[in-house]
Design a protein around this ligand. Structure first.
Ligand SMILES: Nc1nc2c(ncn2[C@@H]2O[C@H](COP(=O)(O)OP(=O)(O)OP(=O)(O)O)[C@@H](O)[C@H]2O)c(=O)[nH]1
Length: 327
């Protein structure tokens, strides 16, 4: 957008020159347009938004200086310089993303013709200028505010969409696929560093009964409470994902099976103590597996943890079982 606004600036400049307010010989008339074009090209190649704004502001400054030089000595110069340079803030107002660059560009373009005007303008022209300028700056500020509001709203929607695609709407933990992606990356990093990683597979016990006897919303409330307890009991770099309806997985980097068991026992006790279901305390069954090292994927690791969790179910629920299958 800024390179486009610079090209617009060049056009405004050339139109102004063509308005016959230029005292130089015809060959030199368009000379100042060259640096402007160069700035436009440079802006097209500049990547950072701040340096892009600086380049664009240089172009505006240059245009205003040129307008002043072009107009000095010619009263007629004022006739085109005033509306021309006041049109510029309105046209370019939507192109300046940052507030500081918008304010600087507005000040430059709105007050640009002031020296020429003060030097040779009549009182009427000065009054005209004050009126034009107020209208132009007000219009620009309004357009800029609308643009800013629209882009802020768009950004909010984007963030909202990204969040919805990342986190489970009910419990706030990672969605299954996001968990698998993130966990696979962590797993590979730990394989490369030869450090241990474990995964725990957690399943709410007899959850169907809550839904059947107390309704789906009672089940939802228990799931929310369960996720809260999980979040409160993991380390900052552990990952929690909702991998099924009432099934969660926790990736536990940097700890071996024994340490993972200790941590998950704490979680299991906390759930029993802190999550209430309508018919009594909530319990969970947990299966824990440690990664076998390079080559093992998160899916394979989860399968082993899931199998251990099923053993926990079969042997009475409300317990943590370790996967001890040989590698
Ligand atoms: N309220 C609610 N229920 C869910 C949700 N997702 C899955 N469920 C329910 O969770 C229940 C899971 O039941 P089952 O897989 O039979 O297992 P269970 O009753 O927990 O019994 P065990 O796992 O054998 O201890 C089903 O009734 C699903 O409908 C959810 O988001 N909200």
């Amino acid at each position: 957008m800024i390179p486009l606004s610079l090209l617009a600036t060049v056009t405004v400049y050339i139109t102004a020159v063509e308005a016959d307010a230029w005292t130089l010989p015809p060959v030199l008339r368009f000379a100042p347009a060259l640096p402007l074009l160069l700035l436009a090209l440079l802006a097209g190649r500049t990547k950072g938004p701040v340096s892009l704004s600086v380049v664009a502001l240089c172009a505006v400054l240059f245009t205003e200086v040129t307008i002043n030089f072009a107009g000095i000595g010619l009263t007629e110069g004022l006739t085109w310089a005033m509306p021309g340079s006041l049109l510029l803030p309105v046209v370019t107002s939507v192109f300046w993303p940052a507030r500081w660059s918008f304010l600087t560009a507005m000040a430059l373009t709105a007050f640009g013709p002031l020296p020429m005007l003060l030097m040779q303008g009549s009182e009427l022209q000065q009054l005209q200028f004050a009126v034009y300028m107020s209208v132009a700056v007000t219009l620009s500020a309004m357009m800029h505010a609308v643009m800013e509001h629209t882009s802020r709203r768009q950004l909010q929607l984007e963030l909202q969409l990204r969040e919805q695609a990342t986190f489970d709407g009910l419990t706030g933990v990672l969605l299954r696929n996001r968990f698998l992606d993130a966990a696979q990356r962590v797993l590979e990093e730990h394989h490369a560093q030869r450090t241990p990683v474990c995964v725990a597979y957690l399943d709410a016990d007899r959850f169907k009964r809550i839904n059947d006897h107390y309704g789906h919303s009672a089940g939802d409330a228990v799931l929310i409470g369960l996720a809260d307890v999980l979040r409160a009991h993991v380390r900052a770099h552990d990952l929690i994902g909702r991998v099924g309806g009432e099934e969660f997985a926790i990736l536990l980097p940097d700890i071996d099976l024994a340490a993972a068991q200790y941590r998950m026992e704490t979680v299991r006790r906390a759930v029993r103590l802190m999550v209430q279901r309508p018919d009594g305390p909530m319990t969970i069954s947990i299966g824990i597996a440690q990664s076998r090292g390079p080559g093992e994927t998160i899916d394979a690791l989860l399968v082993r943890a899931d199998q251990a969790m099923r053993q926990a179910k079969e042997t009475g629920r409300d317990r943590a079982v370790l996967d001890t299958t040989l590698s």
